[in-house]
Structure formats: structure tokens, C-alpha cells
Design a protein around this ligand. Structure first.
Ligand code: AMP
Length: 396
């Protein structure tokens, strides 16, 4: 065992972590500290096939990282192999186009980008500060969800609004899920050498969902915008809609624009339409039992995903590959089939048997022989990408 990296994904009320060894190839331990900031917070370690949950004394991020450090102290054979810490950071703005080693200037930059990710970036900054305090001397890297999309051309990333908003406030499309898209692009190039010189569409479909076009290994368009609200319909987010609705909703409910925005972020999407759940599995079960609201929500999700795949495809010369990833993309045969049914005009066709029988967690091609595009299921691995970036930054 060597070159272990502690990967931290610090949210406002949770902290996910994993330790990856041997150039990211082996996950030694993973876990989550949940309900941070409340007196019911706890931390779970998944190690050697068993889960162990401990109560956190004060529910702070620092307490969570202290527990990770104590866990390592009890296992010196693992602790000694730790060479760095990699942090997932949601928003890197226009400042960060690649992963970087963290110093004070980088930390300040992450805090500055908080204007567009007010819940996430301050939590990431806190996680970084706590990690520096508890693991002094260990190099730390920041890996940004937005960085992969910094290759978009201005005609794709600018909004058609008065230009001074961009000049003075940096209001533009940033896009997210970039670490996942970068992983998928590299993984596909391992499976299909040369695909990094082709046109690739990716649908990252999880509770948050987006699409991306990757032209010769670089992001050329993506569906999310200045925040993750734009684009597809998601678990609880509406995705793109006529912005006038914001004003109509706030007038109809007599609430502020921020409260109306909250409805679009937290009460819409699969949850809002189905009035049952934001969870795809729950909705598929409900649909199987005949619930029409669940079916409508899933069918809307499929239609909108297809629309946003076709939309980002306008930046490609050819659609050589379509990849499904994320919890829904990797597991929902119903939605993959339905999305591809909407894409027949692009000559994208899947083999129903391969699609339905796809084993969980495996990389697989599911296109039919007459498809113009190769269609894949590829499980994403953002933790691996973060660990690899951290190792490479430390070694150079
Ligand atoms: P993620 O945010 O990537 O973890 O994905 C979470 C979403 O994946 C939730 O909506 C889950 O219901 C969905 N999901 C996970 N497993 C399955 C499954 N076997 N079938 C359908 N959806 C699933």
C-alpha cells in the first residue's frame, strides 16, 4: 500500500470522505459525517466490509475531521501512507481552470467564488482550513466541478443579457459535474483508444443531473449554468424554464423572489411533478404499481434529458459516443430506453435486451447494431479523479 490520498467532499451539513491507496486503485475506507450543525450529527466509517457509526460530540466540521484523524491514528499502517488531501470544490469561477495545490491565495479565491455557490464554497473553505489545522504539513489540492467547462467558447458560456453583467459581475454559464465528465472522457479513451479525438455526449443523471458535449477531450457545452439550476429537470430542481415564472410564482404565493427560487431548487423536478418523491427508484416502483403521476414525472425527465443532449450536441462535428452515468444513468434501464427513444432522429438506438440486463456497476455498451452512435453505461468515479489530481500535483 502506498501514496494514499484522503478525499474530502465537504458540504454545509455533511462531509463525505474516502481514503484511496495505490494511485487511487484501492478504496481503503469511506464514510460520511451527517447532519453537521445539529445535535444529532454522526460519522460513519465503512471499512473492511463493515459499517461503524459514531455520534459526534458537537456536530462541527472540525469534530468530523478530528474523528477521521483519530481513526487514522489507530491505524498507523494506513496513516503512514497518507501523502495528501484532495478536496472537491463546487465553484471555481473563472479563476480556476484546473486543479491546484492549495495555498492562502487559492483559499481566498475559493472564498471569492462563494457568490455563485453560497452554500457550498464556504463549507469547502471551512473543510480546507480544518484539514490544514489537523494535518499540518500534508499538501492539499482543490478539484473544481466547474474547471472542466472552462474550455467553452464565449458563444456557449455567455448569456444574451447586457454585456456589463458579464464584465462587472462575471454572470455567465459555468457548468458543473466537471470532475465526473473528465473521468468519463478519460475512462472512455481507455476503453476506446482514439475517442478523445471524437465527439462524445455524456448524461450525468443523479439527484443533480446535467449533460455535456466533449469535443476531442474538451468540454464544448454543458446544460448547467451559473448555478446547477439550469438545464435538465432533476430530483428537486426544475431545470430550465421561462424566467418569468419566478415573478409569477412569487406573486401567486405572495413570497420573495428568493423564496420562489427556493421552490425551483428544492420542491420542483421529479418531486414537484410526481408529488411523491425526488428519488428515481421510488418513482419507478410507484409507476410499476400503476401510479400515473410517477410515470409522468419520469417521462418528463426523459424528454428533457434528450432535449438537452440534442442541444449540447450542436457543438460537436459528430456524435460518436453517448455515455450514461450517475445513479440514474447507471441504473435506470427505463429512463435510458426512454431517453434514447427520443433521440431516434439523431440515429441513436439501443439494444433493449442489453439495456435491461445491464449488470449494476459495470462498464458496458448497449447500442444496437444499426445505431450511428455507440451508447455506453460507465460508472463515474469522482473520488478517483480527485485522488489522481492530488497525487499528480504533489509529484510535480
Ligand atoms: P446520485 O445522485 O448519482 O447518487 O444518484 C441518485 C439517484 O439515482 C436517485 O434518484 C436514485 O433513485 C437513483 N438510483 C440509484 N439506483 C437506482 C436503481 N437501481 N434504479 C433506478 N434509479 C436508481
Amino acid at each position: 500500500m502506498n501514496d494514499s490520498i484522503l478525499v474530502i467532499n465537504c458540504g454545509s451539513s455533511s462531509l463525505k470522505f474516502a481514503i484511496l491507496a495505490n494511485a487511487g486503485q484501492e478504496t481503503l475506507v469511506e464514510g460520511i459525517a451527517d447532519r453537521l450543525g445539529t445535535d444529532e450529527s454522526n460519522i460513519t466509517f465503512k471499512f473492511e466490509g463493515t459499517k461503524n457509526t459514531l455520534t459526534l460530540e458537537d456536530g462541527s466540521h472540525k469534530n468530523a475531521v478530528t474523528h477521521i484523524k483519530e481513526w487514522l491514528n489507530e491505524r498507523p499502517s494506513i496513516e503512514q501512507t497518507l501523502v495528501g488531501i484532495g478536496h472537491r470544490v463546487v465553484h471555481g469561477g473563472e479563476t480556476f481552470g484546473t486543479s491546484v495545490l492549495i495555498n492562502q491565495e487559492v483559499l481566498d479565491g475559493i472564498k471569492e467564488c462563494a457568490q455563485f455557490a453560497p452554500l457550498h464554497n464556504p463549507a469547502h473553505a471551512k473543510g480546507i482550513e480544518v484539514a490544514f489545522e489537523l494535518f499540518p504539513g500534508l499538501p492539499q489540492a482543490a478539484v473544481f466541478d466547474t474547471a472542466f467547462h472552462q474550455t467553452l467558447a464565449p458563444e456557449q458560456y455567455l448569456y444574451p443579457i447586457p454585456m456589463h453583467f458579464y464584465r462587472e459581475h462575471h454572470f455567465r454559464k459555468y457548468g458543473f459535474h466537471g470532475t465526473s465528465y473528465r473521468y468519463i472522457s478519460q475512462r472512455l479513451a481507455q476503453i476506446v483508444p482514439g475517442s478523445d479525438q471524437q465527439g462524445v455526449l455524456v448524461a450525468h443523471l443523479g439527484n443533480g443531473a446535467s449533460t455535456c458535449a466533449i469535443n476531442k477531450g474538451q468540454s464544448s457545452d454543458t446544460s448547467m449554468g451559473i448555478t446547477p439550476l439550469e438545464g435538465l429537470m432533476m430530483g428537486t430542481r426544475s431545470g430550465s424554464l421561462d424566467p418569468s415564472l419566478l415573478s409569477f410564482i412569487s406573486q401567486a404565493e405572495n413570497i420573495s423572489a428568493d423564496a420562489a427560487l427556493d421552490i425551483l431548487n428544492k420542491k420542483s423536478g421529479l418531486l414537484g411533478v410526481s408529488e411523491i418523491s425526488n428519488d428515481c427508484r421510488t418513482l419507478e416502483d410507484a409507476m410499476m404499481s400503476g401510479d400515473q403521476r410517477a410515470k409522468l414525472a419520469l417521462d418528463m425527465f426523459a424528454a428533457r434529458t434528450a432535449k438537452h443532449l440534442a442541444s449540447v450536441a450542436t457543438t460537436l462535428d459528430s456524435i460518436d459516443h453517448l455515455v450514461f452515468t450517475g445513479g440514474i444513468g447507471e441504473n435506470s434501464g427505463y429512463l435510458r430506453q426512454s431517453i434514447c427513444d427520443h433521440l431516434k432522429a439523431l440515429n441513436i438506438r439501443i439494444d433493449s435486451n442489453k439495456n435491461e440486463q445491464a449488470p449494476r456497476g459495470e462498464t458496458l455498451n448497449i447500442h444496437s447494431e444499426n445505431s450511428g452512435t455507440d451508447v455506453w453505461i460507465i460508472p463515474t468515479n469522482e473520488e478517483l479523479m480527485i485522488a489522481l489530481d492530488t497525487i499528480s500535483l504533489i509529484k510535480h
